[in-house]
Design a protein around this ligand. Structure first.
Ligand code: MRU
Length: 363
């Protein structure tokens, strides 16, 4: 049943002053994160091409949110093909999934969500008609969104005790509500811990696209947390001076051996944290674990366009024609990761063993 424009959706009326994305009943509305913090503007996404563009341009970003967005994109793209049979629905869904899979290569949640939707279609009885198959696709996208909210809460619950007694914590990029359908992964620990204790969150600005300054500082301040924005190269000093008692970051993909791909700049942060004996925690849903990827070396790392580095807020900051190397993510070796906080609990090294146990509980 389509939502009327005048009718406020559950997410609009929720306690949080913004939502990352929502299903309106006809299409997806998502917050255009490229405009934050200057403007809060929601986009209506009605087909897979618009969803592809939104993911590629980082209008919606962060591994879990990309997964939810891709699942809805798959439904929209398949719905628009006007299939006559369930077989056609499956065939079109497969081609839309290949298309959406090309939007961003590193966040495994994107592929996990698309595979999950394909599996939902495959499990339908042989006599299912096209409409029921499409309904099933939408139902799966909605379930992925709903479960992500619950997963984020559980990650916060499981991880908050690790922060007990700390006066400061440090994070990189944005692994918050803006990166998920819920209250985030790394930031979920902060939101949960903040109900019982006061602390300062040191936020790396996160060059080149400033997810820390534009997004993390924005959402933490709205939630009333004490934020200190720092340039990326100030993080070492914060750790050296003992101002942050833990580093907590998110992840885009975690290999079977515990190596973690996350926003570029995460790995050097882990090295400095180890040097100064500060625990380095990764918070991520089990959907970010990728048992099929043996080690970090096998994780595909997205490279971004030169203009993201040669321009700053639209202004050129490098000589015209300067060549650039701009990987969006780096890989932190498992041995630098103190623990990985998931919805199934806090996983400790050796990660192959703790992952096997956690994935068994997921089934
Ligand atoms: O390029 P982005 O902004 O999508 O990168 C996001 C990150 O690296 C996040 O830390 C990661 O996706 C975890 S989000 C819960």
């Amino acid at each position: 049943m389509p939502a009327r424009r005048s009718q406020r959706t559950a997410k609009e009326t929720a306690a949080r002053p913004f939502f990352t994305l929502e299903w309106t009943g006809r299409h997806v509305r998502l917050l255009d994160q490229t405009l934050l913090p200057r403007r809060v503007r929601y986009l209506s996404i009605r087909d897979e091409k618009a969803m592809f563009e939104a993911i590629r341009a980082l209008r919606v970003r962060g591994a879990p949110a990309i997964g939810v967005a891709a699942a809805y994109g798959l439904y929209l793209g398949t719905r628009n093909r006007r299939c006559r049979t369930a077989h056609e629905v499956r065939r079109h869904a497969a081609s839309v999934a290949v298309y959406l899979g090309r939007s961003r290569p590193t966040a495994v949640n994107l592929f996990w969500a698309l595979d999950r939707c394909a599996a939902a279609l495959d499990s339908l009885p042989g006599d299912t008609d096209a409409e029921a198959a499409l309904d099933r696709l939408l139902e799966e996208a909605r379930a992925i969104e709903r479960e992500d909210e619950e997963t984020c809460e559980a990650i916060g619950r499981n991880g908050a005790p690790l922060l007990r007694g700390l006066r400061g914590v440090l994070t990189h990029c944005n692994a918050g509500a803006l990166a998920t359908a819920g209250q985030g992964t790394a930031l979920s620990l902060f939101y949960t811990a903040a109900r019982r204790q006061n602390f300062t969150v040191y936020v790396d600005e996160t060059r080149p696209l400033l997810q820390g300054a534009r997004l993390t500082a924005w959402e933490l301040r709205q939630a009333g947390l004490d934020v200190r924005l720092i340039t990326d190269n100030t993080a070492g000093t914060v750790l050296q001076r003992g101002m942050a008692g833990a580093v907590v970051v998110g992840a885009d993909r975690i290999a079977a051996n515990g190596d973690v791909a996350n926003k570029i700049g995460t790995m050097p942060l882990a090295i400095v944290a180890r040097y100064y004996k500060v625990p380095f925690y990764v918070a991520a849903p089990l959907s970010t674990l990728d048992p099929a990827t043996r080690t970090g070396r096998n994780i595909p790392i997205e490279e971004r366009g030169a203009e993201e580095v040669t321009r700053f807020g639209g202004t050129p900051v490098a000589p015209p024609g300067t060549r650039v190397f701009s990987p969006a993510f780096d890989v932190t070796p498992a041995r630098l990761v103190t623990a990985i906080v998931t919805e199934a609990g806090v996983l400790r090294p050796p990660y192959r063993r703790s992952f096997a146990g956690a994935l068994r509980t997921r089934g």
